[in-house]
Design a protein around this ligand. Structure first.
Ligand code: GDP
Length: 444
């Protein structure tokens, strides 16, 4: 989980403060020592940690306590506010030009996730009813052009390429002209990276900037490289002037040092974070929500937004209708599981629910992961149509056949049928609750 270590430590520190009626200066000092250590262990920049702790301390000592909060809650509130401020305060969006096309230039080192992110950005823009065009200007990394073309095809988005013989500067310039002639409203340039920062790379990017006149230069960096990501951001910002940062692979970053330091060190806001390899796995970065997650206060807003984006309303209505008629079949069950899966891993979902972050670890093994879903799918696909419509006919010998057909064990089939029965029961109960709720409001 993102920020796992830091979240655990901060929560443990504040747990000690809870239940105290009053906090002495020594209590605050102790807590701040632990906060400082926790941040350093999370690989947050040393100077950033120093300033952060000093600020929180200054605000916590001699604090005028609000009557609605205990002193401990008050310290947590301050830490929450300062963490939010550290990451930029409010969400930073990309500028969409009033005179299309908006040109977005992605820069960064090889392997940071530029090409993947170009696809994710295009996906996000399409969902916002924009018409992006991708430009394949990464001529150095083998297969980068092909990779972008595959992504474009999947998204139904045109990809401009001149192969790997033209210079990236020419490709970018011609690509933008092509976008204008096609009437595309956003252009995303996937520039070439290098393994390390060097003058050749910087000169090339400066030339592209001059020719393609981007509205947004976004640096793509790998969160897992911690403070290296921060120094890469510093260098790129010094040479090119960045408009923002996209932090990739945050899904695999248990520490979070880059996420917490980049804004404070470079002044560049993080605009998006990559949370996985799939096209949907790009999220706008909300400093306040991220701070809440770190402090175990959940992030219900992001969860609701994800649910709204992933759930197909017509489908949901159809399911409701089926439930009402008691016609919720195993096929429907599978479809529902797939919908839930679109929200992300169980661990990611739980970390967004207040107080549930810690639980996600205990659920390991029980989580609804890709493999489990595949197995469920295989089992359901091994059933006959009749069985899928009426699970009550699935007796012992049918279970054996289904297990054999799907390469699983009879116990797996049993477990699945039990889950399905539970889901039906729960949905029915939920419906009854809704009905009685309606009656009550009608009564009033
Ligand atoms: P480029 O050289 O900068 O264009 O890098 P790529 O786009 O080819 O990405 C390098 C690797 O990182 C690929 O295997 C991607 O699937 C992976 N990757 C990119 N973004 C993310 C992310 O947000 N999370 C995870 N887990 N993997 C990512």
């Amino acid at each position: 989980m993102v920020f796992e270590g830091l979240a655990d430590k901060l929560q443990a520190t504040f747990k000690k403060l809870r239940g105290r009626g009053k906090l002495s200066e020594a209590d605050v000092a102790d807590a701040m020592r632990e906060v400082r250590l926790a941040l350093l262990e999370a690989d947050v920049n040393f100077k950033v940690v120093k300033d952060f702790v000093a600020k929180v301390k200054e605000r916590s000592v001699g604090l005028e306590v609000m009557s609605s909060l205990t002193p401990a809650q008050h310290v947590i509130k301050i830490v929450n506010e300062e963490l939010t401020a550290l990451m930029g305060g409010t969400q930073s969006r990309i500028t969409i030009s009033s005179r299309p096309p908006t040109v977005i230039m992605l820069v960064g080192l090889q392997g940071a996730g530029k090409t993947t992110t170009a696809g994710k950005l295009a996906h996000m823009l399409i969902k916002q009813n924009k018409r992006p065009l991708l430009i394949a200007a990464d001529i150095y990394r083998p297969a980068a052009i092909k990779q972008l073309q595959v992504v474009g095809e999947r998204l139904g988005t045109p990809v401009f390429s001149l192969g790997d013989k033209e210079s990236p500067v020419t490709i970018a310039k011609k690509g933008v002209e092509h976008a204008i002639s096609l009437g595309r409203d956003v252009v995303i340039i996937d520039t070439a990276g290098r393994l390390h920062i060097n003058d050749e790379l910087m000169d090339e990017l400066a030339n592209i900037k001059q020719q393609a006149k981007p509205h947004e230069i976004l640096l793509v960096v790998d969160a897992m490289t911690g403070q290296d990501a921060v120094s890469v951001a510093e260098t790129f910002n010094g040479r090119l002037g960045l408009d923002g940062v996209i932090l990739t692979k945050l899904d695999g970053d248990a520490r979070g040092g880059a996420a917490l330091s980049i804004k404070a060190v470079t002044g560049c806001p993080i605009k998006f974070v990559g949370m996985g390899e799939k096209a949907e796995a790009l999220e706008p970065f909300h400093p306040d929500r991220m701070a809440s997650r770190i402090l175990g206060m959940g992030d219900v807003l992001s969860l609701i937004e994800k649910a709204q984006a992933a759930v197909d309303i017509d489908k949901a209505r159809e399911m409701e209708e089926k439930l009402r008629k008691d016609a919720f079949t195993l096929d429907d069950f599978l479809e529902q599981l797939q919908q839930v899966k679109k929200l992300g891993s169980m661990e990611q979902i739980l970390s967004m629910i207040p107080g549930m972050g810690g639980l996600s670890k205990k659920l390991e093994g029980a989580e609804l992961d890709e493999k489990e879903l595949k197995r469920t799918e295989a089992i359901i696909r091994s059933m006959t149509r009749k069985e899928r419509r009426d699970h009550t006919i699935i007796n012992g010998s049918r279970r054996k056949r289904i297990a054999l057909g799907s390469g699983s064990k009879v116990q797996d089939v049993n477990r699945l049928l039990k889950q399905y029965a539970e889901a039906r029961k729960m949905m029915k109960r939920f419906q009854e609750m809704q009905k009685s709720g309606k009656k009550l409001s009608g009564f009033r």
